[in-house]
Design a protein around this ligand. Structure first.
Ligand code: ADP
Ligand code: MG
Length: 386
């Protein structure tokens, strides 16, 4: 079999993490190339397109994006192009974007039942006082939604200080969050590395001196830990909900258990490999070796292949006349039922005789406009009958 070709998208070939991934990929018999995402050009054409590097189209089987925060936009569009070309990427463009914005990630994860610090988005210094009272008063945390390595994260002890700070951060065009301060976790947090849905390593980070931020880059130290199951589960779930296959999940140690802070899509490997003694880079390469052959995909792209086709959702609390009917009575021509969402369950490609229940959601695939017309038409018909 041909050796798999791996592209590491990174601006720092000399960085510890990049070097470790190259070494492990070499050891696994892959052909590796480090590509600076800013030195690529993208070609969109009537086929799948190309990523050009130093004059040649890249022909690879898998990509590891190691995209720094300052080049998110440029890096993510290269990742997206590789996805279009059917190349396996760990992580995908959408997953990187979801995790990179702290507010977006918290919205998704809290909706899935994962504990996050109480957070308020503030868009004017006038909102600050209200925001602070919503998250439990001072002291509280003020942070920018897109910061990293502890930059743009502040502990404030007075409302006046918070107002000044928010005013300045907004003037610098940041998205600003006011957040509950988890004081029992002052100066420490837990970093869990999740690879392919499994925890491969974990460590506790402890800050330097009186600093409340535990980031490694601010001179914090790292400790080994035995990760409790509860923490492992939250880390795995958080990565899965964001679609992250390789991630560093940061958890605070709250009184009631783990509180999710953020998920990093290009986690640094140096601190964690040294603290845990685990060959994290090796785990990442091993997962890629397996997964590039069977990739997860974005269903949306498959669904939109045929013009005018797509998925729609029919909520039975909006269309109660369908309750108690069978799927075969309801389903529009040329379409089919992908799933029925019933409470916490999904019933995939359900039997045509299945009876619909209150609060069911029917997810239909087919010609969107005629599905809409069919359902609206049925509404009139059943109104006329009753
Ligand atoms: N709500 C909070 N309560 C307590 N400590 C926090 C809170 N938010 C952040 N911290 C501390 O500050 C550090 C950096 O915050 P984080 O949101 O992870 O930003 P960054 O993306 O810059 O790392 C965390 O690792 C943690 O130690
Ligand atoms: Mg962090």
């Amino acid at each position: 079999m041909k050796a798999p070709r791996l592209c590491i998208l990174s601006r720092g070939p000399q960085l510890y993490s990049t070097r470790r991934l190259v070494d492990e990929a070499d050891a696994a018999g892959m052909i590796v190339e480090i590509v600076d995402p800013l030195e690529t050009s993208l070609v969109l054409d009537d086929k799948q397109g190309q990523v050009i590097h130093q004059g040649w189209p890249l022909d690879v089987d898998a990509v590891i994006p190691r995209i720094g925060y300052s080049v998110t936009t440029e890096g993510v569009r290269v990742v997206r192009q590789f996805e279009r070309m059917g190349v396996y990427v760990a992580n995908g463009a959408d997953a990187i974007m979801r995790s990179r914005d702290k507010l977006t990630a918290s919205q998704i994860l809290s909706q899935k039942g994962i504990a996050v610090p109480k957070t308020a988005l503030v868009t004017s210094w006038r909102d600050v006082e209200r925001g602070i009272s919503r998250v439990g008063g001072v002291p509280c945390i003020v942070k920018t939604s897109q910061g990293t390595q502890g930059d743009g994260v502040y502990l404030v002890r007075s409302i006046r200080h918070a107002k000044e700070l928010v005013y300045r951060l907004l003037a610098e065009r940041n998205t600003v969050l006011v957040q509950e301060y988890i004081k029992e976790s002052h100066g420490k947090d837990i970093r869990v590395i999740v690879v392919g849905g499994k925890v491969v390593a974990a460590m506790r980070r402890v800050s330097n001196g009186r600093e409340f931020r535990s980031n490694y880059h601010l001179g914090g130290r790292v400790e080994t830990i035995d990760l409790p199951d509860e923490y492992a589960k939250v880390a795995i779930d958080a990565a899965a909900h964001l679609g992250i296959e390789v991630g560093g999940v940061d958890l605070l140690e709250g009184r009631m258990g783990p509180i999710l802070l953020e998920v990093n899509s290009s986690p640094g490997l140096e601190g964690i490999e040294k603290a845990s003694g685990v060959n994290v880079a090796g785990h990442i390469i091993e997962m890629i070796t397996k997964r590039h052959k069977i990739q997860s995909i974005n269903l949306e792209e498959v669904v939109r292949r045929r013009s005018g086709f797509g998925t729609v959702r029919v909520l039975l609390n909006v269309w109660p006349q369908y309750i108690g009917r069978s799927i075969s009575e309801v389903i529009p021509p040329e379409s089919f039922v992908v799933t029925i969402v019933r409470g916490k369950e999904n019933i995939w490609s359900p039997d045509r005789n299945l009876l619909l229940q209150p609060n069911d959601q029917i997810v239909l695939y087919g010609p969107i406009e005629s599905i809409r017309a069919h359902i609206e038409g049925k509404d009139d018909a059943s109104a006329a009958m009753s």
